[in-house]
Design a protein. Structure first.
Length: 385
């Protein structure tokens, strides 16, 4: 059964009757450019065919009733004053969107949510929830919100209400992803470009099965370390606003200003930005092998300089690299568990799945989940009102 039908069925069971509309927003995998978005740098994600669907219907009052089919849980709140409830942490995401989307047009609603993404795996189920809710509510109540505005609204919801200081990438690609294309995004000015990906390769995601329990606290710590690096380098380069403004040559000249581990954190971000810009040129030329080499370099930097990898993620990259037909592999997402992303020639995908799955389970005791992803479109309505 398709996601739209599953969420429609959940809505009928929860509320009776039919929803007025169903919206969908995809998960994402970042091919390269990790921990650069909140440093105003460059990223290259793709939207994937794992998604969150939201079914919606207006109410006559100012109440919101929300049902999560994945968790089998309810929450109810006033649309004018959403508040956190520790017993339903998943509800922070739709509540955060409502808190940012307040307008004279927004009224009460019934909502069912269902998704087919593995939670906590690093595919950004949080952004998919935020965007599907925002897109659905804006459509339901006739609000005009363009793509960039919607991405920024959902980012604010996660920053202010949920309390995670995420960058803009996840929400942006969930809104503006394009089938068959990666999305190059400048996270400072939100200039973007859709870059075709060869049909001869697949984006394969491997879920390590290791939960990302440390990710939120460590994420905020890394962000603070990057901000401290900027403060210190400004002694020599007063015009910089973020690590995005520091070239590799400038970093090498002034790295003595940065104590460890701040120096390693900054080195990763500076060189990762250069890898994204190089990747853009390589993909434009169709040089997938060159791009794959940069993916491996990115993983090494995330492991050694940013220190957000782990033994399971490192093992997955090692196993992937030994399969003929794997062009590149790296961790994707915040790290500390979650997933790797692999660029694999299509004819090698079956061999990849069998070998990496068998060896990973043999060495870790964890059954590997592998998702061969289609590169998907961003947010859309499954049907009109």
């Amino acid at each position: 059964m398709e996601g739209a039908e599953l969420v429609r069925e959940a809505f009928r069971d929860a509320f009776g009757g039919e929803p007025e509309l169903i919206s969908r927003a995809p998960g994402r995998v970042n091919l390269i450019g990790e921990h650069t978005d909140y440093n105003e740098g460059f990223v290259l994600p793709v939207a994937v065919d794992r998604a969150v669907w939201v079914a919606l219907r207006r109410r006559e009052d100012r109440r919101a009733r929300v049902y999560s089919a994945n968790f089998g849980q309810w929450t109810e709140f006033d649309v004018d004053s959403p508040r956190k409830d520790p017993s339903v942490p998943w509800a922070d995401y739709p509540k955060g969107v409502v808190s940012e989307l307040r307008s004279s047009k927004l009224g009460g609603f019934d909502m069912a949510i269902w998704g087919d993404m593995p939670l906590g795996a690093g595919l950004s189920s949080s952004a998919a929830i935020e965007v599907s809710v925002a897109f659905g509510l804006a459509s339901l109540f006739g609000m005009e919100v363009n793509g960039k505005e919607m991405a920024l609204l959902c980012q604010r919801a996660e920053n202010r209400f949920v309390g995670v200081q995420c960058g803009i990438m996840d929400q942006f690609v969930a809104v503006l992803g394009k089938r068959g294309h990666a999305l190059f995004l400048d996270c400072r000015d939100l200039v973007y470009e859709h870059v075709p990906i060869s049909e001869g390769v697949s984006v394969v995601v491997c879920n390590s099965g290791v939960s990302r329990e440390l990710a939120s606290s460590a994420y905020n710590e890394r962000r603070a370390q990057c901000e401290e690096a900027v403060r210190r380098v400004r002694e020599a380069l007063p015009e910089i606003g973020a690590l995005r403004d520091v070239s590799p040559e400038e970093f090498e000249a002034y790295k003595h200003l940065l104590p460890e581990p701040i120096g390693r954190r900054a080195r990763h971000v500076v060189y990762e930005n250069m890898r994204v810009l190089s990747s853009l040129e390589l993909l434009r030329r169709g040089d997938l092998k060159g791009f794959g080499r940069l993916m491996y370099e990115s993983h090494r930097s995330l492991k050694e300089d940013y220190e957000v990898s782990g033994p399971e993620l490192d093992l997955l990259v090692e196993l992937a690299s030994s399969v003929e037909g794997t062009l590149g592999a790296r961790l994707t997402g915040a790290g500390f568990g979650g997933c790797t992303v692999n660029l694999v020639e299509r004819e090698a995908v079956r061999t990849f799945e069998e070998f990496v799955g068998r060896e990973y389970e043999a060495r870790t005791g964890i059954r590997l989940e592998v998702y061969v992803c289609e590169v998907s479109d961003g947010a859309k309505l499954e049907e009109g009102i």
